[in-house]
Design a protein around this ligand. Structure first.
Ligand SMILES: [Zn+2]
Length: 463
C-alpha cells in the first residue's frame, strides 16, 4: 500500500517538474508566451479528444492554429477560445501529423478560410488512413462513433518539406521537419520570439507515447528529441500532457529506449510477444496516462526489431497487408509470423521457422509427426487431408494441408485451413506454415490457402 502512494507522489512531481511557472501546469487554455496559447486536453478519453493538445499563435495580421483536435465539436471549442483572445483572421492551420486526434477538426477552420499546412507524408497518410480509422470506430460501436458523425475529412492543402516560416505580423512562426519519428511526416512548430515549441506526437508528457505508427522510426525519433532538447526553447507544448521543459524529453527518451531494449532482448530469447505484453513494466512510468497503449508499443517494437535481430537469410514475396506479428531467435534457430486481417478474406497467417539440420530424412519423413506435435502441445487439433512432394526453383519440398481447430479457444480462437511446406536448404530445415480462418466459409478458406501457398512457394534463400 505504502509503495503505491510513494509512486503516485513521485508521478505528480514528475508531471509538473518540467514547468517553470505554476500556472503552466494545468489543462485548458494556457498562455505560454506573449503571442502563444496552448490548449491542453483535460484527459485521454474520446470526449476530451484522446488527450491531444492544440494551440495558436496570434500576430497583428492573423492567427496560426496548431492542430485541429479530434472532432468538429472540439475544434469549435478551440475556435471559441481563439475568438476570446482575438478577432484577427485565422490564416493557417498546421497539422503536426496525420493522426485523427490532431486533424479531424480541420473542417471547422477550413470554413473560416484557413489554409491547412502539413508535411507531404502527413497528407498522404491522412488520405490513406483516415477512412480506415473511421471504419474502425464505426464498427466499434454507436457510442464511439456518435462523437464522429459530423467529421468531414479535410486534407492539408499546402505542403512543406524541410522547413517554412510564417509571418503573422509582429511575430513569426517556423515549421521544421526532422525526418521520421512518431510518424513519417512530423512537424515541429516553433515561435522563436516566445521561445515556445509545439512538438506534436514527437513529445508526450505523463502519457504513454504511441510508438505504433507504420511510419515511425525509433532511431531518428531519439535523434530528433536531442535536437528539440538543444533548441533555444523555454516551453514545450507536447502532443499530449502538460506544458513542459526538457525533463519530459529525457523521460520520453528513457521510455523509448526501455521498451525497445526489453523487446529486443525478448526477441533474441524467443519469448513470444504475448508473454512480454503480460509481464512488461517500464520503470518511471507509474501514473502515466493511457497505459492501455503499452501492449501496442511492445507489438510495434517487435514489428520493427524482429527483422534486424533474427536476420533471416531467406525472402518471401509478402503482400503489403501482411504485418509482422511475432517472431524471435537468430539466423540459426528462429521464426517469424506475419498476418493479415480483412473483411473480404478474414484472417491469413504465414509463419516461417528454421533450424540447423543436415538430415535429409526430415524432409521426406511423414509430415504427420510434425502435426502430432501441435496436438501434444494442446494447441491445435489438426487433420491432414493431403500430402505431396514437389519441386521449387531451389530444390525439392514436402507439403501437406488440412484443417485445424483450436484446443485453447481463449488464446487461439477459431478454426480453419492450413498448409505447410518443408524444405531443406543450405544445411537448414525451413518450415513455412500457412493458416487461415474465414469464419467457417470453407470455399473462402480454400481460396485463402491457395493464395498463401503461392506466397510460400516464393521462398528463396538470400546469400
Ligand atoms: Zn499521434
Amino acid at each position: 500500500m505504502k509503495r503505491s502512494i510513494v509512486f503516485l507522489a513521485l508521478a505528480a512531481v514528475a508531471a509538473g517538474a518540467g514547468c517553470e511557472r505554476k500556472d503552466l501546469g494545468r489543462t485548458g487554455l494556457v498562455n505560454v508566451g506573449k503571442h502563444t496559447w496552448a490548449m491542453i486536453a483535460s484527459g485521454p478519453s474520446s470526449v476530451e479528444g484522446l488527450g491531444a493538445n492544440s494551440g495558436f499563435v496570434v500576430g497583428t495580421d492573423g492567427v496560426l492554429v496548431v492542430d485541429a483536435r479530434y472532432t468538429p465539436v472540439l475544434a469549435r471549442e478551440l475556435l471559441d477560445k481563439i475568438r476570446a483572445v482575438t478577432n484577427a483572421p485565422i490564416l493557417w492551420v498546421v497539422n503536426t501529423h496525420y493522426h485523427q486526434d490532431h486533424t479531424w477538426g480541420n473542417s471547422v477552420f477550413k470554413e473560416q478560410g484557413a489554409v491547412i499546412v502539413a508535411h507531404a507524408e502527413t497528407r498522404d497518410a491522412f488520405l490513406k488512413y483516415s477512412p480506415i480509422y473511421l471504419d474502425f470506430y464505426r464498427e466499434r460501436g454507436a457510442e464511439a462513433f456518435a462523437l464522429l458523425k459530423d467529421v468531414r475529412f479535410v486534407a492539408p492543402d499546402t505542403l512543406f518539406s524541410d522547413g517554412a516560416t510564417f509571418d503573422l505580423g509582429g511575430v513569426s512562426v517556423e515549421l521544421r521537419h526532422f525526418g521520421r519519428g512518431h510518424t513519417a511526416g512530423d512537424a515541429v512548430v516553433v515561435v522563436p520570439k516566445d521561445r515556445v515549441a509545439f512538438t506534436g506526437g514527437l513529445l508526450s508528457n505523463g502519457y504513454h507515447p504511441n510508438l505504433g505508427d507504420p511510419g515511425a522510426d525509433f532511431d531518428n525519433w531519439l535523434k530528433t528529441l536531442d535536437r528539440l532538447r538543444g533548441m533555444s526553447v523555454r516551453r514545450f507544448v507536447p502532443g499530449q500532457g502538460l506544458v513542459c521543459g526538457r525533463d519530459a524529453i529525457d523521460g520520453l527518451k528513457r521510455y523509448i529506449k526501455a521498451v525497445r531494449g526489453i523487446g529486443a532482448d525478448a526477441i533474441g530469447k524467443r519469448f513470444p510477444l504475448e508473454e512480454v505484453v503480460r509481464t512488461i513494466q517500464v520503470p518511471g512510468t507509474e501514473g502515466w496516462l493511457q497505459p492501455n497503449i503499452l501492449p501496442f508499443n511492445v507489438q510495434a517494437v517487435y514489428r520493427h526489431e524482429i527483422p534486424r535481430i533474427v536476420n533471416p537469410d531467406f525472402a518471401l514475396d509478402l503482400p503489403d497487408e501482411f504485418l509482422i506479428l511475432d517472431g524471435g531467435g537468430n539466423p540459426k534457430l528462429g521464426y517469424i509470423r506475419w498476418g493479415s486481417q480483412s473483411k473480404e478474406k478474414g484472417y491469413l497467417e504465414i509463419e516461417a521457422q528454421w533450424k540447423l539440420s543436415a538430415n535429409a530424412e526430415l524432409i521426406v519423413q511423414d509430415i504427420a509427426e510434425a502435426v502430432a506435435r501441435y496436438e501434444q502441445q494442446g494447441r491445435r487439433l489438426m487433420t491432414i487431408e493431403r500430402t505431396r512432394r514437389f519441386d521449387l526453383p531451389g530444390g525439392p519440398a514436402v507439403g501437406a494441408m488440412g484443417t485445424w481447430k483450436s484446443m485453447d479457444m481463449r488464446s487461439d480462437p477459431g478454426k480453419g485451413r492450413w498448409s505447410w511446406i518443408m524444405l531443406l536448404r543450405g544445411g537448414k530445415l525451413y518450415v513455412v506454415q500457412c493458416a487461415t480462418d474465414a469464419a467457417g466459409d470453407d470455399a473462402k478458406e480454400k481460396r485463402n490457402v491457395a493464395e498463401l501457398e503461392r506466397i510460400a512457394e516464393t521462398f528463396r534463400l538470400q546469400k
